[in-house]
Design a protein around this ligand. Sequence first.
Ligand code: NAD
Length: 355
Amino acid sequence: MYKILVLPGDGVGKEVVHEALKVIKRIESLAHLKFEIKEDQVGGASIDQHGVPITGEVLKKAKDSDAVLLGAVGGPKWDSLDYKVRPEQALLVLRRELGLYANLRPAAVDPSLIEASSLKREVIEGVDILVVRELTGGIYFGTPKGVEKNPDGSERGFNTEVYSTHEIERIAKKAFELARKRKRKVASVDKANILESSELWRRIVTQVAKRFPDVQLSHLYVDNCAMQLIRNPKQFDVILTTNLFGDILSDEAAMLTGSIGMLPSASLGDHHALYEPVHGSAPDIAGKNQANPIAAILSVAMMLRYTFGLYDLALAVEGAVRNVLKEGYRTRDLSVDGTVSTSQMSDLIVERIEH
Ligand code: NAD
């Protein structure tokens, strides 16, 4: 029996995750499978109930699960809290404690949504990129870090970009393995002309590539990659990069596709996995049944593929999403008129999942 921990979180996170659960139910009945689903609190919801963004008990449940499905955390209600107890801390705790070092963010342009992109049709038609971002190292975790007083009374803020061989090796291996299931191309992004940590990154990625002779490796500086993503995004298959560069480039790649409400993600470790939409809790539309549930639903498709190896079923969910969009159904983020609600959109998708 597959074990899934569901953490809806706050705002639209709660709405879209409950729609995504309808997809899981549909999969169960179609494929005669049974998922053991537990639900708990995270983020602001957990702060309200327990005073902390995530409890030890929830963390234990996450470790005992095959996969975690998360909605989103945060919102204005908790914005004035101390940084250490803010809802977003729960995400960092989960990433660290579950060892989720590989963040996968696909950015594929749906043919029916080309007009929703800010770029020209000929530039984005056929774009299908997978950004593989290192998630537990680099400047977000490196020490020393802090803000200190200078002798003259002014202040000095600093962080440390640091990567060790094994951190680069494991994320590079993951990217090459994923590329083997796609177009067999990896573009590794660094700043090796300036940063020593990038020089090591490039050297280790090149070494790992020797174990994958069937995958084509190229190296790009991050500034060039940012430019190429807008100029000619179709040249990319898998983009492999560091925590900081991946944070920025994956948002840029995401926007090629139109709406943030469409974008799923997976965070993988050696023993655990977490799936979540890329978007946040969207306080401006929370509780209005307006949020696009597709990012959460496609996160379930990623779970089926990467944790459970149910490739056909993942394709079935993705196909249903494509068909609903082809038939012209749109949530409010994708169109101003003739829109469907959050629950209507997921019902339409569920009806079209076929095995
Ligand atoms: P956001 O992603 O919540 O919203 C940005 C914009 O996108 C808003 O206009 C929102 O209405 C729209 N949007 C987001 N998801 C949508 C959906 N499914 N359908 C339609 N429209 C959608 O980002 P934000 O406004 O910067 O942050 C709001 C809160 O979410 C903050 O507290 C932030 O810290 C938190 N946040 C959480 C996560 C996470 O849990 N992984 C990620 C980003 C932001």
